[in-house]
Design a protein around this ligand. Structure first.
Ligand SMILES: [Fe+2]
Length: 278
């Protein structure tokens, strides 16, 4: 077992809507050593490797994110000194990483399925970061368990802040063609903050679209994100896209949840539109 069994029980009581901490035993696994990750960075297609300078402000304009001037492989190899932030995306493209991703997800699947149905779009991401690197304030569209493997990071999440931090228009834009994961950050959001000091062996379940930002500690950090989509994450995406369409037509859709019946109609209509488009 990768995850500590009592933690998985605890996770069950939190899933899908609440943050949950777990412990894992992947520390020191050879797939997450710098030499193997350098090889992975060279083997993945270029669109699966994202990296940039690591000394960013929490509120970073995505259009102005500075590059670090190095190749992907050089960025991993010299991560201790090049002040960078990097993510290797969809590591399941490599058979060895695919195996470990599915082994981890398989352990929590019996907990997840009764709550949100089939786990699909199973994707893995490895984050390799220089000391002090910052991942700016953002949200992600999938269910995620972040597993710390080397170094430390502070993960600052803003749960239960829904309407106060992100407007309905921002939620809708997030799923649209021009949406970006980064969000504008303001000091007043701090009243919703919950900080997790992650050390090797720690894992954190992050619900769909929980706003967060991350700062790496004094050493190189390596983390693995195991992610999946579900009926719940699909429903949220369809509702937001449907509402965006209505808003573009000059209507004013109510906030999700205000009228569950109406939300259901929008989700259904969106589903039909997607089917016709196929
Ligand atoms: Fe994230």
């Amino acid at each position: 077992m990768t995850f500590n069994a009592p933690d998985v029980e605890e996770f069950k009581s939190c899933y899908p809507g609440k943050l949950a901490t777990l412990r894992h035993d992947l520390i020191g696994h050879p797939l997450f050593e710098i030499t193997r990750l350098t090889q992975l960075a060279g083997a993945l297609p270029s669109q699966s490797v994202e990296y940039n300078a690591g000394d960013l402000p929490v509120s970073q304009d995505p259009a102005k994110t500075p590059m670090n001037g190095l190749s992907a492989e050089e960025t991993v190899r010299r991560i201790a000194e090049n002040n960078s932030w990097m993510v290797l995306k969809n590591i399941e493209q490599d058979a060895e990483y695919n195996e470990i991703l599915n082994a981890c997800l398989g352990e929590i699947e019996p907990t997840v399925r009764p709550a949100t149905g089939v786990m699909y779009k199973r994707e893995g991401f490895v984050f390799v970061s220089s000391p002090g690197a910052v991942t700016p304030f953002h949200m992600d569209p999938e269910h995620n368990i972040l597993m710390q493997l080397r170094g430390t990071k502070t993960f600052r999440a803003y749960p239960d802040s829904a309407d106060a931090i992100i407007t309905d228009e921002q939620h809708e834009a997030f799923y649209g063609d021009r949406g970006h994961r980064n969000l504008p950050y303001r000091e007043e959001f701090e009243k919703y903050a919950q900080a997790f000091e992650m050390t090797p062996g720690d894992a954190l379940y992050v619900p769909v679209k929980t706003p967060h930002w991350v700062r790496v500690g004094d050493d190189v950090s390596i983390s693995l994100s195991i992610t999946w989509r579900s009926n719940a994450s699909d429903r949220e995406a369809r509702l937001r896209l449907g509402n965006a369409w209505l808003r573009a037509k000059g209507l004013h859709p109510p906030a999700p949840g205000a009228s569950p019946l109406r939300d259901g109609v929008v989700v259904f209509a969106r589903r039909v539109t997607e089917r016709l488009a196929r």
